[in-house]
Every structure is written in structure tokens, then in C-alpha cells.
Ligand binder design. Structure first.
Ligand code: FAD
Length: 351
């Protein structure tokens, strides 16, 4: 079967792009999420930051109630493990079930797009077209060809590896565990401990569960994760008897070279392109924005050039976030900021 566009990956980036591009092009969306994650969804905190809320509002989309999960979150508790400083910062997040959120976004493209559940296992360039093979849940391999190939397949993108085989974006291993709530207060905490990771860990209340996770350097991530849990006992976190453990890669760009927009008929969007905040690892807003940008670019005469132009703001914003990183990740500076109480909320605790 020949399509104008094949999209690999049905997360926020792929689903957004497909919904919009499906209005003017024949689009096949291949998504492996049900096969890779079952009914659990992609490992994610499932928090829609103010940027993501804004981009959804701008697109005229409001998150359905059955996608939300309790509690809604209006501050971030920030812990610097070494100094013991704790601060709360006001920030409003919409707490969602990531699996239901993705399913909802895909449902919005049902009418204009062919959606296939499968994992892309082979990509070949054949003249001006791309030949794609994907394996479905029964292990059968199907094939399709297209004029444009869109990689919306997240941090470990096969499309990025096909288009840029030598690329080595900065990556971390992200691990999350789910724990049954034991009367704990609703919470989103962000945890800094430079002896464990030069990124961060977090805990998020999610319905009857608390999710604890973090992003760790690629060497010995599980040991780091376990050590972080031990350190957190000092702060009252009892993280025992997980009901689920999940793991995936997460990108953390630090320069323009860490963005991969695509070339020669291949386009990358969302995290596959490197669009994720290096300071907070928030990526849903950038996934949606880049999906929209590519749909607009494909309707133009020079789509690669247009896509570059239309993502200039996203890239600039992410580069600005790298300037914020030292205030969060350079320990002396972070402690100085936290000690000073700048921008922190009144409900601060210090110990
Ligand atoms: C642990 C963790 C917590 C996070 N928490 C948050 C948060 O709270 N808020 C936030 O804004 N961001 C968060 N992020 C970042 C956010 O998850 C990503 O930036 C965002 O999901 C990127 O969206 P995407 O559509 O580009 O890719 P993804 O959401 O990764 O979607 C990619 C899709 O492609 C599919 N896929 C992959 N390979 C193939 C293949 N070969 N064939 C077919 N399909 C394939 C996957 O199954 C998936 O459905 C978190 C990241 C991690 C790792």
C-alpha cells in the first residue's frame, strides 16, 4: 500500500501530526505502544506542565475527564539531598494517565488516518520512496511504502537511527516504580542528589499510587535508582514493595547538534528529534508543538526548510532551558538559590 506519509510512533508527537496531516494527505500511523507497554502506557510522569496545557488549549483540545487522574498538583517540592534543603515552588500541573492520554490523542485522528498497531522493524529507501515493514501483535510482518517518513518514535527512535546512523544524542536511563499509597499527602517532588545522578529523580502521586522515578547516567542505572530510594528514607520516603517497575531512555539535549529535524524525505518530531527539556525532562508540549509544526510544513512547497523555520522557536526555547540548568544542576548554585528562597512558596520546610 502506498501512503503520502508513514508516521512511526503514536505518542503525543505522532498522534498530533497524523491528526492534522491526515486532513490533506494519506497517512499511515504505526504505533507500537500497545505491544510494547500493554495497558500501562509509555513510562512517564504524566504531568501536563503549563506549556502543555497552553498548547492543548490553543489547539482547541480539552483533556477529557476520564484521562485525568487525581490529585491535581499545584506545587513542586524540591529536595537537595546533600544539604537537606527543601523548598516548594508553585507550579500547576494537570495529572493524567499517560496511557489514556495517548489513546485519547490517537482517537482524534481515527477518521482521517489509517492507524496500525505494530512495531516498525525495517526501513529501506527505494528510489524516492520509503519501504517500511512492521510486525503486528500476532508476529506477522506487514509492509507499506510512502513518500515521506516521519519518526515520532521517541528517545530510542529507529527512524533517527536510519536517517542519522552515527548520531549519539545525550541519553539517560529512566526508571520508574509504582507503589501503593500509604496515606501519603498528594505530592510532586523533584529530588537532586549529585552523588547519584547529574539529572534528577522525582515522585508523583497518581491515584492510589505513588510513582517514584528518575533519570540516571547509562552506567549502573538500577544501582543508582536503588541508592536514591535509600537516601530518601532520610526525608520520610518509604519506597518498598513496588507493584510495577518500568524503564526507558530519555534524551537530554544540550546544544543545537542534539536536535535532529531530518533530511531527504525523513522528518523527526517530538523526542525522536531531541525536543525535550534538558532542565525538567518535560517533553509533551514540545512533542505536540513539533507535530503541529511538521503538519504545517508538509503543506508547504519546501517542507524541510519550512519545518526548520517552524521549529526555530522550539529549539530556541530548549536552548534557553540549558541556561537554566546550572541553577538546578550545579550544586553550589542550586543550594544558593534554594537557600535564598527566591521564587519559592511560603509553605517551605527546612531541615
Ligand atoms: C520516566 C519519564 C517521565 C516523564 N515525565 C514527563 C512528564 O510528566 N511530563 C512531560 O511533559 N514529559 C515527561 N517525560 C517526557 C515525555 O514522556 C516525552 O518527551 C514525550 O512522551 C515525547 O513524546 P513523543 O510523542 O515524541 O514520543 P513518545 O511519547 O515516546 O512516543 C513514541 C511512541 O512511538 C512508539 N514506538 C517506538 N518505537 C517504535 C517502533 N519501532 N515502531 C512503532 N512504534 C514505536 C512508542 O510505543 C510510543 O508510543 C517523561 C519521560 C520519561 C522517560
Amino acid at each position: 500500500m502506498f501512503y503520502d506519509v508513514i508516521v512511526v510512533g503514536g505518542g503525543p508527537a505522532g498522534a498530533t501530526f497524523a491528526r492534522l496531516a491526515g486532513k490533506f494527505a494519506r497517512v499511515l500511523l504505526i504505533d507500537g505502544a500497545p505491544l510494547r507497554f500493554g495497558d500501562k502506557g509509555k513510562p512517564c510522569g504524566g504531568l501536563l506542565a503549563p506549556d502543555a496545557q497552553k498548547v492543548l488549549r490553543k489547539s482547541g483540545l480539552s483533556v477529557p475527564e476520564d484521562v485525568l487522574t487525581e490529585p491535581q498538583i499545584d506545587f513542586v517540592k524540591t529536595i537537595d539531598c546533600k544539604s537537606g534543603i527543601i523548598r516548594n515552588y508553585e507550579r500547576t500541573y494537570i495529572n493524567v494517565s499517560r496511557e489514556r492520554f495517548d489513546r485519547w490523542l490517537i482517537s482524534l485522528c481515527d477518521e482521517v488516518v489509517t492507524v496500525a498497531c505494530g512495531i516498525c522493524v525495517n526501513i529501506e529507501k527505494q528510489g524516492d520512496a520509503f519501504y517500511i515493514e512492521y510486525r503486528n501483535g500476532k508476529g506477522e510482518v506487514a509492509a507499506a511504502t510512502c513518500r515521506y517518513l516521519v519518526g515520532a518514535d521517541g528517545a530510542a527512535s529507529v527512524v533517527r537511527r536510519f536517517a542519522f546512523p552515527g548520531a549519539k544524542p545525550r541519553m539517560y536511563t529512566s526508571i520508574q516504580q509504582w507503589f501503593r499509597n500509604k496515606d501519603s499527602a498528594p505530592l510532586y517532588s523533584c529530588i537532586f542528589d549529585e552523588s547519584i545522578t547529574d539529572c534528577c529523580s522525582w515522585s508523583i502521586s497518581k491515584g492510589r499510587y505513588t510513582v517514584f522515578g528518575g533519570a540516571y547516567p547509562m552506567d549502573m542505572p538500577m544501582e543508582r535508582f536503588e541508592n536514591q530510594k535509600k537516601v530518601l528514607r532520610r526525608f520520610g520516603y518509604i519506597l518498598e514493595d513496588p507493584v510495577r517497575t518500568e524503564c526507558c531512555l530519555v534524551l537530554r539535549p544540550r546544544a543545537e547538534k542534539d536536535f535532529f529535524l531530518g533530511e531527504d524525505g525523513v522528518f523527526l518530531i517530538g523526542e525522536a528529534a531531541g525536543f525535550v527539556s534538558p532542565s525538567s525532562l518535560e517533553g509533551i508540549s514540545y512533542a505536540i508543538k513539533s507535530g503541529e509544526a511538521l503538519a504545517n510544513a508538509l503543506a508547504c512547497k519546501a517542507p524541510h526548510k519550512s519545518y526548520r523555520l517552524l521549529t526555530a522557536k522550539i529549539r530556541a526555547r530548549l536552548m534557553l532551558k540549558t541556561l537554566k540548568c546550572p541553577f538546578m544542576y550545579y550544586p553550589p548554585l542550586r543550594r544558593f538559590v534554594m537557600k535564598s528562597g527566591i521564587m519559592s512558596a511560603k509553605k517551605d520546610e527546612n531541615n
